[in-house]
Every structure is written in structure tokens, then in C-alpha cells.
Write a protein that binds this ligand. Structure first.
Ligand code: XUL
Ligand code: CO
Length: 444
């Protein structure tokens, strides 16, 4: 498929062409060393396995401010007479970058793409206008929407929560936003729709009725699901866990919490989990752990690819360049049979000190190369080594006889006791963790 490199009147990233695969010997920072979109790994190409997406918010909206300092980065697409004009320029810049980078997908929040209006109707109109433009850009470039979402955390009205706000009037505004964002997602053929509950949690237990708030979240998501299905959304709804930040405690704390929540409220047939690496580490887990919990539950939906900094716990949203993590993630993804309708969305931003336009490209190239390597290594580890077989062999005692009967739920506690008494002390069997660890390093 031919893809035009940029769509608008103005080129926002001059001097940067389509990023090409040049191989690991290349010293061109604006080339892929490992990501070769059409290269087959097993039965699929790298592009089909990895399903990369660029996010609108960090890449085109955030300009390096932090709690201690103002913006450090300047974006030419902000240079317009009004907010809607700037939103159009931003879209030109976005599709130029998506195309030059060669990613198949992008993701957005409603407010990244179109400014909030003075009324619900004006906000809806702004988003609908920009959605039409995005649709034109998609058909001109071949880009696709991995997921849409609503920003239910930025506006002051959401300071006490959105769907879990103690004030019903705020819940209705959250609903209005989700309805419009679902409309936009369906118009754009989005393959998923995400809920990240930024302020769905509490800061103080003293002023919070957690039981009512969590029930409200369940009811809100069911209503969103029903609306989405009624307008023809056939994709996957996703919840993105995060333990805290900005709230002290977020209800969607981690994968296992979300899996329990989805099952409790009967949402597990329509919703899956969007695992973000930096949210995993913020919850005290590894990225691979969160992915594994979702895969085991059949609820692995999509990935927000990034990383934190091991020396602090924050959500620093750095580009993912840790190879060990990428291998661990891709091992789970491959063993789970792939990402389905999900993808690898770079929910990542360059550092506030990285002020050149090419830094944005270099960040994405590094992330794409890391996951390309992770994919190839994990594929070899699974197909060439005996790791999977060795792991399965540890459970061989459940494959037949009494162990299999136990798995079928046929043995009560007294029968289990009698087997222990009859069979005596079990042999000590090594877990061989070091063997597994060395094997992974050997394949890297
Ligand atoms: C915030 C975060 C969000 C979600 C979408 O930590 O990850 O950007 O991915 O709302
Ligand atoms: Co995210």
C-alpha cells in the first residue's frame, strides 16, 4: 500500500523522511536497526505481531512541563489563530509523523484531538469536526485507529472523580464525553476503546464511600458497553490498570484487581485489560507479571509500551528500551497466541530536556527496535529451547491419575489426606530458577 508521507500544506518534520530499516550495522539514528516491518517471525510479519501505535497525547500535546517547570518544547502546530485551527495543524503533524515512522496505528483522547467547548454540544461538535478530518487522513495514509478514549481527568470538574464522583451531575458529564468519544471511535473504525480511570479512586478514605463508588464504576461501564454495542462498535473495551497517581489509590489497581472487578460486574465478555509497563512497576509488579495474569484469564487486550525508572516509582513514561523486559513481554504475548485486536501503543514521551523534533522519532525508533528484538528472541526461546516443556514438566503429576482427578475437583480433603499418608514424603524437586535465567540470557 502506498502511503503519502504528509498530508497538510506544511511539513512539520522537515529533513526527516520515511524511516527505513537499515540493519544493526547502521549508524543512522533515524533508521531502524531491528524493526523490519515485512520480516517474518514464525507465521506473521513483525508488523502483524507488534501492531505499533503512536499516542497523540505525549507526542503532540505534552511539551515537557513538570510540577516544577513550564514547557521546554515548542511545537509549530500550536501556531494558529484559534484552538480549532491549532487542532487541525496538530492533526497534520500527527499523520505526518505516523506515516514517516511507518506505524500502522495511533491512539487518542477526545481532548488531545479536539478542544473542549463551552457546552456539551460544542465539545461534541469540535470532536465530530476533527473526527471527519482524521477519517480523511486515515484513508489517505492507510493509518488505523487502535483505540480511542475520553480524558476524564484533566478538567477541574473531575477533581473528585468522573464515573466515581460523589456528585451525580459530574457522572453525567463523564457519560456525555464517553458517548462522544465512542461515536468518534466507531466513525474511525477503532479496534478498541480504553478506560483509564485516572481519578477513579480516592485520596482520603474519610470522605469516600468506596462501595458506592465502585458500584457506580460498574454501572457506568455497563452503560458505555451497551451504548457502544448499540452504535455498532464490535471492538474490545479495555480497562487500563494503574495503582495510583493522580489519586492515592486507583480502583483499577492492577491486572488481578481489574480481572476480579470485570467478573464481579459481569463485564468480562466485552472488556479486556490494557497493560501499561510503567503502571505495572508502580504497582510493585513486573511488566511480564501483569501480562501473564491477563493472559491466564483470557483477558489480555492490549499494551501501553513504556518504562519507569528503577530508581524511583513514578510514572515517568519513558520509551521502552529494556531488552529483558521486551523479551519477557513478548514471551507472554506469543504464548497467549498474539495481541488479537490489541497492539503496542507507545504511551511514552521524550524527556523534557530532549527538545529537538528528531528526538521524538529517535524515541519511537528505539521502542520499535526493542520490541522487534524482544519478539525475535522470545520466538526463538519458545520454539528452539525447552523452556516451555521444562515448565510444563514441573506439573506432570497433575496430568493423570490422582493429580488429574484433583484438577477435575473429584478429590475431597480427606481423600487428599489419605494419599499423603499412603505415599509418604515427596521427593525434593529443584525449581531450577538459575537454569531458566541463564537460558533467557543465552537467547538474548
Ligand atoms: C496515564 C495513562 C493514560 C492512558 C489513557 O498514566 O497511561 O495516558 O493510557 O488515558
Ligand atoms: Co497508558
Amino acid at each position: 500500500m502506498s502511503r503519502s508521507v504528509f498530508q497538510g500544506d506544511k511539513e512539520f518534520f522537515p529533513g526527516i523522511g520515511k524511516i527505513a530499516f537499515e540493519g544493526r550495522e547502521s549508524d543512522n539514528p533515524l533508521a531502524f536497526k531491528f524493526y523490519d516491518a515485512d520480516k517474518k517471525v514464525g507465521d506473521k510479519t513483525m508488523e502483524e505481531h507488534l501492531r505499533f501505535a503512536v499516542c497523540y497525547w505525549h507526542t503532540f500535546c505534552a511539551k515537557g512541563s513538570d510540577p516544577f517547570g513550564v514547557d521546554t518544547q515548542a511545537f509549530a502546530w500550536d501556531d494558529a489563530a484559534d484552538e480549532m485551527g491549532a487542532a487541525r495543524l496538530k492533526m497534520d503533524a500527527a499523520f505526518e509523523l505516523f506515516s514517516k515512522l511507518g506505524v500502522p496505528y495511533y491512539c487518542f483522547h477526545d481532548r488531545d484531538m479536539a478542544p473542549e467547548g463551552a457546552t456539551v454540544a460544542e465539545s461534541e461538535n469540535n470532536l465530530a469536526t476533527l473526527t471527519e478530518l482524521a477519517l480523511e487522513r486515515q484513508s489517505a495514509t492507510g493509518l488505523k485507529l487502535l483505540w480511542g478514549t475520553a480524558n476524564l481527568f484533566g478538567h477541574p470538574r473531575y477533581m473528585n472523580g468522573a464515573a466515581t464522583n460523589p456528585d451525580f451531575a459530574v457522572v453525567t458529564h463523564a457519560a456525555a464525553q464517553v458517548k462522544a468519544a465512542l461515536d468518534a471511535t466507531v466513525t474511525l473504525g477503532g479496534e478498541n476503546y480504553v478506560f483509564w480511570g485516572g481519578r477513579e479512586g480516592y485520596v482520603s478514605l474519610l470522605n469516600t464511600n468506596t462501595r458506592r463508588e465502585i458500584d457506580h464504576l460498574g454501572a457506568f461501564l455497563a452503560a458505555a458497553r451497551d451504548y457502544g454495542r448499540s452504535i455498532g462498535f464490535e471492538g474490545t473495551f479495555l480497562i487500563e490498570p494503574k495503582p495510583m497517581e493522580p489519586t492515592k489509590h486507583q480502583y483499577d489497581f492492577d491486572a488481578q484487581t481489574v480481572i476480579g472487578f470485570l467478573r464481579h460486574y459481569g463485564l468480562q465478555d466485552d472488556f479486556k485489560v490494557n497493560v501499561e509497563a510503567n503502571h505495572a512497576t508502580l504497582a510493585g509488579h513486573s511488566f511480564a507479571h501483569e501480562l501473564r495474569m491477563c493472559a491466564d484469564a483470557g483477558l489480555l487486550g492490549s499494551i501501553d509500551a513504556n518504562r519507569g525508572d528503577p530508581q524511583n516509582g513514578w510514572d515517568t513514561d519513558q520509551f521502552p528500551v529494556d531488552l529483558y523486559d521486551a523479551v519477557g513481554a513478548m514471551q507472554v504475548v506469543l504464548e497467549a497466541g498474539g495481541l488479537g485486536s490489541g497492539g503496542l501503543n507507545f504511551d511514552a514521551k521524550v524527556r523534557r530536556e530532549s527538545v529537538d523534533m528528531e528526538d521524538i522519532f529517535i524515541g519511537h525508533i528505539g521502542g520499535m527496535d526493542s520490541f522487534a528484538r524482544g519478539l525475535e528472541i522470545a520466538h526463538r526461546l519458545i520454539t528452539n529451547s525447552s523452556l516451555v516443556q521444562q515448565r510444563e514438566a514441573r506439573y506432570a503429576s497433575f496430568d493423570d491419575g490422582d493429580g488429574a482427578a484433583f484438577e477435575r475437583g473429584e478429590l475431597d480433603l480427606a481423600k487428599l489426606r489419605d494419599l499423603a499418608a499412603t505415599n509418604g514424603e515427596p521427593a525434593h524437586v529443584s525449581g531450577r530458577q538459575e537454569w531458566y535465567e541463564n537460558l533467557v540470557n543465552q537467547y538474548i
